[in-house]
Design a protein around this ligand. Structure first.
Ligand code: NAP
Length: 282
């Protein structure tokens, strides 16, 4: 009799995550490659975070993604970090080695860069609203792309300043700036505007920018994908600007994570179809 191959466990650690699209995307990929594994949701509140890490081996967890609010909080539990995760200061993918050691990676920045490449957007002068976890990865990707200018605005100026300092000390070829008011982002002079705040997720949320700042050469990228069309995206469309929501970033961060999970070439089309199907349901 053949020995039973134990099913592997992958998943997403976060709180709250009930409506995540990651299980649909990863499970479709795993099924298509006939990998005996399941991608689950690990919805863990902060009091249970240490317990989650103690039980990784017992639960046969081989790798997992990390989302809000733990992308920085997991770092003390890990044995090592990839260079990208270290420079960004946040982790969204953890791989468990055979001897139980945990290594953190960041595929959010690869996801954002991968999506911009697919969209054929080659930015030079960028304005970003938000300096939280996602913005850190996006700014790292933009700095790696050697954009000429990157101006950051966050309602919390300590966050934008700390991101500015981290970037300025690591990347010499980009001119970084901090805007203390949103109008100081000088969107009129930029070719890429990014929303990396959660503002736009709820129907009562305002549109953060003034329509007079929009111009033909501006690409508008909103990291939010639920709803698919935020007020910012619908304003960009109204003025005929090229724009995108963040579903493609979600796809590509998942694609890169899948490669870390399985060591196999990710079935991008299948993962994309599952993601789009899942997004239509929310
Ligand atoms: P986060 O860590 O909470 O960062 C958001 C930042 O925006 C915070 O610093 C927040 O400041 C700031 N902010 C809130 N309202 C603002 C305003 N009116 N003006 C300027 N700044 C404001 O959240 P995150 O993890 O970076 O996520 C941000 C968004 O990106 C979320 O909607 C998330 O769903 C999305 N996201 C998408 C992807 C993708 O794959 N597409 C990946 C990651 C995240 P305070 O903390 O002071 O409120």
């Amino acid at each position: 009799m053949k020995p039973q191959v134990k099913s592997l466990t992958f998943g997403l650690l976060g709180y709250p995550i009930k409506h995540s699209l990651s299980p649909s995307m990863h499970n479709a990929g795993l099924r298509s490659l006939k990998i005996k594994a399941r991608y689950k949701l690990f919805e863990v509140n902060f009091e249970k975070l240490a317990e989650f890490f103690l039980n990784i081996k017992k639960k046969n967890i081989r790798a997992f993604n990390v989302t809000i609010p733990y992308k920085e909080k997991v770092i003390p539990y890990l044995n090592s970090l990839s260079v990208g995760a270290q420079e960004i200061g946040a982790v969204n993918t953890v791989v468990v080695s055979r001897n139980g050691k945990l290594k953190g990676f960041n595929t959010d920045y690869l996801g954002f860069a991968g999506h911009l490449k697919e969209l054929k957007v080659k930015p030079y002068r960028v304005a970003i609203i938000g300096a939280g976890g996602a913005a850190k990865a996006v700014c790292f990707a933009l700095a790696k792309m050697k954009v000429l200018e990157l101006c950051i605005y966050d309602i919390d100026k300590f966050k934008s300043l700390s991101l500015f300092k981290r970037l300025s000390s690591n990347f010499a070829h980009t001119r970084f700036d901090v805007a203390t008011r949103i109008e100081d982002l000088k969107i009129g002079q930029k070719d890429l505007l990014i929303n990396a705040t959660p503002v736009g997720m709820h129907s009562g949320d305002p549109c953060l920018i003034n329509e007079s700042w929009l111009h033909k050469g501006l690409f508008v990228y909103d990291l939010i994908y639920d709803p698919a069309e935020t007020k910012l995206i619908s304003l960009a469309r109204k003025y005929g600007l090229n724009c995108s929501n963040g579903l493609g970033m979600l796809l590509y961060q998942g694609v890169f994570a899948f490669k870390y999970f399985t060591g196999k070439k990710p079935p991008v089309k299948i993962m994309q179809e599952a993601l789009i199907k899942g997004a239509q349901k929310i």
